[in-house]
Write a protein that binds this ligand. Structure first.
Ligand code: DX5
Ligand code: ZN
Length: 220
């Protein structure tokens, strides 16, 4: 499977967002991870549709939208229209997960389902055939810069096994507290899409991205 880096712009410098995204693109990152927070599902509020619209067309990477929003079905069409390529929703935030995934697919974009650290992997079992991607949160959603929760590695392994048993080659993304220093363990556990905010945008963006990409390519 192709290993993909998805820099999370939550940790970027918004004064020069376009420039910083371009640096990650030139150094090999194929996705941009876009964290939407509503102040209800998670305590904080980040950014939304107008920012996504501005990036669409200006940015070469696929736009990977992570909705930390209560009842995200309400916003799926709008985010698809604004340029999302992938929309990921929280299992915990949906009244009807299947209807939400159907709505994402009907909008012409890829559908992801994500779980918080305390939600067991087995809750994803009814949806294994349905989603294009699963996102294992390795920190409590809501803020960048938190420490990776080590138990996430077992959740990734468990999910990869469940997918393998069904012959599914579905993407597993992991988000939170990932740096060059611990990314190998995440890849070895069975993930293939790596989100990193602080690990990419704090310090030298080009160097950080290149280092990540070297490790990701070595592990394919
Ligand atoms: C957290 C967000 C993450 C965050 C990751 O709620 O979903 O995408 O930006 O940031 P780091 O890599 O700094 O933990
Ligand atoms: Zn995220």
């Amino acid at each position: 499977m192709e290993n993909i880096l998805a820099p999370s712009i939550l940790s970027a410098d918004f004064k020069i967002l376009g420039e910083q995204i371009e640096q990650t693109e030139k150094a090999g990152a194929k996705y941009i991870h876009f964290d939407v927070m509503d102040g209800i599902f998670v305590p904080s509020i980040s950014f939304g549709m107008p920012v996504l619209s501005a990036l669409k067309g200006a940015v070469k990477q696929a736009l990977d939208v992570h909705l930390m929003v209560t009842e995200p079905i309400r916003y799926v069409k709008e985010f698809a229209k604004c340029g999302a390529d992938i929309i990921t929703v929280h299992l915990e935030a949906c009244e009807d997960v299947k209807a939400t995934v159907d709505e994402i697919k009907a909008s012409g974009v890829k559908a992801g389902i994500t779980i918080k650290p305390a939600t067991p992997v087995k809750e994803l079992i009814p949806y294994l055939e349905l989603a294009d991607m699963f996102l294992i949160m390795s920190v409590e959603p809501g803020f960048g810069g938190q420490a990776f929760i080590p138990e996430s590695l077992d959740k990734i392994k468990e999910l990869r096994t469940l997918l393998d048993e069904r012959g599914l080659k579905t993407d597993i993304e992991v988000d939170g507290g990932i740096y060059c220093e611990n990314v190998e363990a995440v890849l070895d556990a069975g993930a293939n899409i790596i989100v990193s905010g602080s690990g990419v945008f704090k310090g030298n963006i080009t160097e950080n991205t290149k280092r990540f990409m070297e490790i990701l390519k070595r592990h394919e």
